[in-house]
Design a binder for this molecule. Structure first.
Ligand code: GTP
Ligand code: MG
Length: 472
C-alpha cells in the first residue's frame, strides 16, 4: 500500500524535504509505502509557483535527498503568488498549463505505478499564496479525482506575530477548503513548535525554520511510519483520532525529537519521563485568555516505540492509559477520552542516533480552535474595515466568497466551543452533540474505506440516536 506526498509552496517543500531526508535514514528503499519500486524514488511530488526552493535541492551538489527525489515529479512556475490566497487559487496558466492540473497529472502517474494507493499526504502552510491558495485548489482536485482515498493534510499555522497582513484571510480560506476536502488535518503551529523547541533543546542555539521543520518531520515520521517494515499506520490512526467531518484537526507532539540532528533527551530516558514530556508539550502553552473554555479531548492516540515495549503487555499499557486519562479530560458527551495505543518493538530513529524509546501522541482536542478563532477574528475585523480586499477582488474573489468562508469558520468555531464549554457534572444533549452525531452518520453512509465511530460507546450512540429521533 502506498502513500503519495504532495509538498506545496515554500513551507510545504521545506518541511516535505526534511521529512523525506529523515525517512531515508529510517525506511528501507524496498518499502512500497514510501518508495516507488520501479524507479527507487520517493513517492514525492514537489509543487511551487517559483523554482527557488525545489531548485536548491534538485540542482547542484548531489545529496542522498536529491537522489531520492524524482526529477520528473517537479511542478513549478516562475513567480510566487505574493502571499495571496486568491492569486494562488486562481492558478493562472503559464504556457497553457496550470499548476493544479500538472500536479494532478503527477499524482495520477504516481498512483498508476502503485499497487494500491491508500493515501495522499499534502504539506503546505496556511499563510503563503501558493501553500494556501494553490493548496486549496489542489486539495479540491485530488478529492474530486480520488473520492475514496485518505487525504491527509499537514498544515502549518504561521506565527501569530504576523509576517504578512494577508495571512489571516489566507488562513481562513485555506482552512475552509480543507474542511471540505481533507479527511484529517495535522495542525502544526509555528509559535507552539518554537516554544517546544526552546523548552527542550539541549544547548543554547538560535532556533531556525529548519529546526521547526525538523520537529514536524519527527512528529510525522513517528506518527505515520512507526513500523519500518509495515504500511503506513493509517487506517487505525484516522479511525482513532478523526471522529467526524467537523472534528478532524489533529495535533501531534513527540518526545524526544531531533534538534540539529541530535535527540533532545538522553538516550536511556525512561517511559514515565517521556510520557510526562510529551504531555507537557500538549498542555504547556494553552491559552490563558480563553475564559470559560476548558481544553477537552475527544480522542488521543499514543505510539510507543522502543525495544522494551511489549506489544501485548497489559501492565505498561494500563499505566500509560491511566496517566493519559488524567490529562486528556473528555468532552461532555463522552465518559472518557478515547485512547488508542500502538506499541512498536523497534528503536526509534534507527541506529544512527542512539535513542532507546520514543512516544508520539496525536490528539483531537477542543483547544485547537483557539488559534483558529483568533485568526478568524483578525480576518473578520479586517474585512469589516474593508482592508486589503482589493488584493482579492482583482483575482475574482469577492465579498460573497469572504462571507461564505467566514460562515463556515464560524460554524467550526461554534462546534468546538460548544464541545469545549464544560459544566462540571452536567452531561448535556446540546445541538452540537446532535450535529456531531449527524455528521458521524453522514460520514458512515459514504463509502469511505474507514468510517469512524466504532469507538463511540454503544450507550452513547443509543442516547444520541434517541436525541436525533426526538428532534425529528
Ligand atoms: N514551519 C515553517 N514555516 C514556514 C517555512 N517557510 C515559510 N514558513 C511560513 O509559511 C508562511 C509563508 O508561506 P510560504 O510557504 O513561504 O509561502 P508560499 O506557499 O511559497 O506562497 P507564496 O510565496 O506567497 O507564493 C509564513 O508564515 C512563514 O513563516 C518553513 O520552512 N517552515
Ligand atoms: Mg513562495
Amino acid at each position: 500500500m502506498s502513500n503519495i506526498v504532495v509538498q506545496i509552496g515554500q513551507c510545504g517543500n521545506q518541511v516535505g524535504f526534511q521529512l523525506c531526508d529523515l525517512l531515508l535514514n529510517e525506511i528501507p528503499v524496498n518499502c512500497d509505502t514510501v518508495f516507488n519500486q520501479a524507479t527507487r524514488k520517493a513517492r514525492w511530488i514537489m509543487v511551487d509557483s517559483e523554482p527557488k526552493v525545489i531548485g536548491q535541492v534538485m540542482t547542484g551538489k548531489t545529496t542522498p535527498l536529491q537522489t531520492a527525489m524524482n526529477p520528473e515529479r517537479m511542478v513549478y512556475h516562475m513567480s510566487g503568488r505574493g502571499n495571496n490566497w486568491a492569486m494562488g487559487y486562481l492558478d493562472a496558466p503559464m504556457g497553457g498549463v496550470s499548476l493544479h492540473e500538472s500536479t494532478l497529472e503527477m499524482v495520477r502517474r504516481e498512483a498508476e505505478s502503485a499497487d494500491y494507493l491508500r493515501s495522499i499526504l499534502s504539506i503546505s502552510s496556511l499563510a503563503g499564496g501558493t501553500g494556501s491558495g494553490l493548496g486549496s485548489r489542489v486539495h479540491e482536485a485530488i478529492r474530486e479525482e480520488y473520492p475514496l482515498i485518505h487525504l491527509l493534510a499537514c498544515t502549518i499555522q504561521p506565527s501569530s506575530s504576523g509576517e504578512s497582513p494577508l495571512q489571516h484571510y489566507n488562513s481562513c480560506f485555506a482552512l475552509s477548503a480543507l474542511l471540505d476536502s481533507a479527511d484529517t488535518i495535522f495542525y502544526f503551529q509555528n509559535d507552539e513548535i518554537m516554544n517546544t523547541i526552546l523548552a527542550n533543546r539541549q544547548y543554547d542555539a538560535n532556533v531556525s525554520m529548519t529546526n521547526l521543520n525538523e520537529y514536524i518531520a519527527c512528529a510525522l515520521y513517528n506518527l505515520l511510519y512507526p513500523e519500518r517494515s509495515r504500511d503506513l499506520a493509517l487506517a487505525n490512526l484516522v479511525q482513532n483520532v478523526s471522529p467526524s467531518q467537523d472534528c478532524k484537526f489533529v495535533e501531534v507532539f513527540t518526545s524526544p525529537f531531533l534538534f540539529e540532528k541530535q535527540p533532545t533527551l538522553p538516550f536511556e530516558t525512561q517511559w514515565a519521563t517521556l510520557v510526562e514530556n510529551c504531555i507537557g508539550q500538549h498542555t504547556k502553552f494553552e491559552d490563558p485568555r480563553a475564559k470559560n473554555f476548558e481544553v477537552l479531548s475527544i480522542a488521543a492516540s499514543a505510539t510507543y516505540r522502543g525495544r522494551d515495549v511489549l506489544p501485548d503487555a497489559e501492565m505498561p499499557k494500563k499505566q500509560f492509559k491511566s496517566k493519559l486519562r488524567t490529562y486528556f479530560k473528555p468532552v461532555s458527551f463522552l465518559s472518557s477520552c478515547q485512547l488508542a495505543d500502538t506499541m512498536v518493538t523497534e528503536r526509534p530513529y534507527n541506529l544512527k542516533f542512539r535513542i532507546e524509546r520514543s512516544i508520539t501522541i496525536a490528539s483531537t482536542r477542543t483547544g485547537v480552535i483557539l488559534p483558529i478563532k483568533r485568526t478568524y477574528e483578525s480576518a473578520y475585523a479586517k474585512f469589516n474595515a474593508g482592508a486589503y480586499l482589493h488584493w482579492y477582488t482583482k483575482y475574482n474573489c469577492g465579498r460573497d466568497e469572504f462571507l461564505q468562508t467566514f460562515e463556515k469558520i464560524q460554524g467550526l468555531v461554534d462546534t468546538y466551543e460548544q464541545l469545549g464549554m464544560y459544566s462540571e457534572g452536567q452531561r448535556r444533549s446540546t445541538n452540537c452533540v446532535n450535529e456531531l452525531f449527524d455528521s458521524l452518520q453522514r460520514q458512515s453512509q459514504e463509502e469511505r474505506e474507514v468510517t469512524v465511530r466504532d469507538w463511540v460507546p454503544r450507550k452513547e450512540r443509543e442516547y444520541l440516536a434517541g436525541s436525533v429521533q426526538r428532534r425529528k
